[in-house]
Design a protein around this ligand. Structure first.
Ligand code: 5CA
Length: 437
């Protein structure tokens, strides 16, 4: 892509309404544009990053055997009345009527709808277990939308739902998802800590929030620092190993605000290991057994032909929130460096251009075509701007690698720089292989 053609409306001054780094940066670099309070348009740069995050989330859901589907954003109020949540959900639910006066709503989550899909098609234990997910827009009429994409009214979420015959089997599904979340966040370059959490309006007994540490986060957390010693890659994707992983995590104190009790914290964690900090909730998983299947009459025949309510869990990842959360985790001293896995481009070529010298630009174009041939997603900054402005701009856009075509690049020896590091002189072939690994 040529920067001169990219729709990236960069704003020079810090937007006043943005209170946290990620919100500022996303507005400044034209990743998003507010459409109304808590509702955003995703412009090409922001959309590209979000789609890359979505793809990693998808791959890791598929890896554990979850199947992708798509449910609508608009739901009928009927099923919510059946579950009893229509009234309980309160003002956060956006209620609408169609032209026949039928009560509808913009889905804030999908427990009822998926249970309705399931009850009409699955009657026997033989099809269990099942894991289904979709990645779809949600709407919650938040009273105080803030921090850009972190807490908005309309947001993009991956929500998965598990169906099992027994509570014991359902915990196995929960463990699979727990593992998948750790792996997903790792691929996104984030260190997410699972925290025992409250179940809120979703309900149930067992729940974990996945939180990344950030001072601007809305969740207050209390944890034993030893939680950082556990790494998901110590475990394999097998039932026994996943059980062990959950047991190991359970031994270490890590809870969110609502679950915190001072005496328990002091009893379980030495003073020097106590960590009280803030974080961003990027995922949340719930096990709620038959909370929805019972009132919605979602019954299946067990091995003896006896009807029983299917046991369920639900598992959410805030895909659009993750764009902001990744910025909070990676933006320091006015430099944003995207993790390679979700960067908007693999590399940017920055030629030094002036009216009398077009040689650098021509050379940059040649390299650009060469890299494109290799399927490297490359951005060429072909704008006639001084180098110091260009560098400032690219520090914000955050493409992790740069090829700088100026006095240090001679012939096939090119100046190559990783953001936040010193530049080095490399041949184009070496650069290609570096970018491909
Ligand atoms: N049904 C369950 C699991 S699928 C559920 O809705 N859980 S949730 O309420 O915790 O939401 C899942 C994830 O969506 C959260 O962890 C968070 O990352 C994201 N999320 C929730 N509310 C918002 C919001 N207002 N703005 C942006 N992201 C949000």
């Amino acid at each position: 892509m040529l920067l001169s053609k990219l729709f990236v409306p960069i704003i020079k001054d810090l937007p006043a309404e943005a209170k946290i780094k990620s919100h500022q940066l996303m507005l400044q670099t034209g990743m998003i544009k507010q459409s109304s309070a808590g509702i955003y348009s995703w412009l090409p740069l922001g959309f590209k990053v979000m789609k890359k995050i979505e793809q990693i989330v998808r791959e890791e859901q598929n890896f554990i055997g979850a199947q992708e589907m798509l449910m609508p954003t608009i739901q009928s109020a009927e099923i919510w009345k059946e579950s009893g949540r229509y009234e309980d959900y309160g003002e956060e639910m956006l209620r609408i009527k169609d032209r026949q006066g039928r009560e509808m709503l913009y889905g804030p989550t999908n427990e009822e709808l998926i249970t309705d899909v399931f009850r009409s098609s699955v009657k026997s234990y033989k099809l269990l277990p099942q894991l289904l997910y979709h990645i779809q827009w949600k709407f919650r009429d938040e009273i105080r939308p803030r921090f850009g994409v972190m807490r908005c009214k309309e947001f993009y979420m991956k929500d998965a739902y598990s169906f099992d015959l027994s509570d014991e089997d359902a915990i196995k599904s929960y463990n699979k998802m727990f593992y998948s979340y750790l792996k997903t966040f790792h691929r996104l370059g984030l260190k997410a800590i699972p925290m025992a959490a409250d179940t809120g309006p979703i309900g149930g007994e067992l729940s974990h929030e996945f939180v990344i540490l950030a001072e601007t986060g809305e969740s207050k957390i209390y944890a034993d620092k030893n939680i950082f010693q556990i790494n998901f890659s110590q475990y394999s994707f097998e039932e026994k190993s996943l059980k062990k992983m959950r047991e190991d995590f359970n031994k270490i104190y890590a809870v969110t605000d609502e679950k915190y009790k001072k005496d328990e914290f002091d009893k379980n964690v030495n003073k020097e290991n106590q960590m009280v900090t803030r974080g961003i909730e990027v995922g949340h998983i719930f096990y709620f057994s038959d909370k929805y299947s019972k009132p919605l009459n979602c019954l299946i025949d067990d091995k003896n032909g006896k009807k029983t309510s299917v046991k369920m869990g639900s598992y959410g990842i805030g895909v659009s929130r993750l764009v902001g959360a990744t910025i909070e985790a990676n933006y320091n001293n006015n430099v944003m460096k995207w993790p390679k896995s979700i960067a908007p481009f693999d590399v940017v070529i920055i030629p030094s251009i002036n009216k009398n010298n077009k040689e650098n630009l021509e050379k940059a174009h040649k390299i650009y075509l060469e890299l494109k041939k290799q399927n490297i997603d490359v951005l060429l900054d072909d704008l006639d701007e001084n180098m110091s402005n260009k560098f400032k701009k690219h520090d914000l856009i955050g493409v992790p690698y740069q090829i700088i075509i100026g006095s240090k690049s001679q012939g096939d020896d090119l100046e190559f720089k990783e953001l936040n590091s010193k530049s080095e002189i490399l041949s184009l072939n070496k650069i290609k292989s570096k970018l491909k690994t």
